[in-house]
Write a protein that binds this ligand. Structure first.
Ligand code: ATP
Length: 283
């Protein structure tokens, strides 16, 4: 678990490839379950997966379907049973707390919302699995700085072209608005791709404004996600927090070579997680 950008996918691959050779990953990011917009939604690539099996990553048609928490509960629990029957280790990885909550809580009421609104329903601490929860956290000012840089990197690596194709092919008109249509990047860039600006200066302004809003909305998302995690923790969920701030601070240091980041990540995040998981498996 953890806010967007905190390194959940990377950690899951580190754990799966080096420590638990029977692990299979169940994606629990509600935008990454849909086919398409891989860069915009930050899906782990095939190369990065290093052969670790992934479930619910780009599996659903964004035009027809909206995957709701109760759908995820049903489908992911079937997959978990399947993985366990093959003596595998299911790792649920992702930032959508509503998905994690629906999957793990003993009794799930699709009508109730434990995270949103002025008077959210109480969080249940009765769980249907024995879970080891790892919460990768990064202090918000540092994470915000990183998220802003990540948006620039996503744009450099083809996010704009991906969205141009999405809008150009008219997919934005057919995609479900309550599903992939909500992915950060889609509403923000809609005006840029759907309104013809004669004036180049104005077009640049619209572009810059979209990028600024993506950065703001991503930082807001991270903050809300941490709020939801704290809500689970306050309700008694035994979440083990791992602080990855130092690794991210190092990433943000201009002259830092990748080596030092990898070293800090290994010591403070990977080793700490392995210890927690091993302890859990021995219990
Ligand atoms: P909610 O209570 O809104 O259902 P949640 O905890 O289930 O929240 P989040 O993962 O926090 O789900 O997603 C909330 C919103 O953040 C999404 O509807 C979407 O707009 C945006 N979002 C989440 N993940 C991504 C992603 N990978 N790419 C782009 N946008 C995302």
């Amino acid at each position: 678990m953890g806010p967007t950008g905190a390194g959940k996918s990377r950690l899951s691959i580190d754990l799966a490839t080096r420590f638990f050779n029977n692990a299979e990953i169940i994606n629990s990011d509600k935008m990454q379950v849909y086919r398409g917009l891989g860069i915009t939604t930050n899906k782990i690539t095939m190369q990065e997966q290093l052969g670790v099996p992934h479930h619910f990553l780009g599996e659903f048609d964004p035009i027809k379907s909206v995957v709701k928490p109760h759908d995820f509960r049903k489908l992911a629990s079937e997959t978990i049973s399947d993985i366990i029957s093959r003596r595998g280790l299911p790792l649920v990885v992702g930032g959508s707390n509503s998905f994690i909550y629906s999957l793990i809580t003993k009794r799930f009421d699709p009508q109730s919302d434990v995270f949103n609104g002025p008077d959210p329903d109480p969080v249940s601490s009765e769980l249907r699995y024995k879970c080891c929860f790892i919460w990768v956290d990064v202090c918000l000012p540092v994470l915000n700085q990183y998220l802003s840089k990540r948006v620039d990197e996503m744009l450099d690596s083809g996010m704009l072209e991906e969205l141009a194709e999405f809008f150009g092919s008219g997919e934005h008109l057919t995609v479900n608005r309550s599903g992939l249509g909500q992915a950060i990047g889609v509403p923000e860039f809609e005006g840029y791709f759907t309104t013809v600006e004669e004036d180049v200066v104005r077009q640049v302004e619209v572009y810059n404004d979209a990028v600024r809003r993506i950065k703001d909305n991503t930082c807001q998302l991270a903050k809300r996600q941490v709020g939801k995690i704290l809500r689970l923790k306050d309700a008694g969920w035994d979440l083990k927090r791992i602080d990855a701030t130092e690794a991210f601070r190092e990433v943000m240091t201009a002259d830092s070579g990748g080596g030092r980041v990898a070293e800090i990540w290994e010591k403070q995040v990977v080793e700490a997680s392995v210890k927690i998981v091993k302890q859990f498996l021995e219990e």
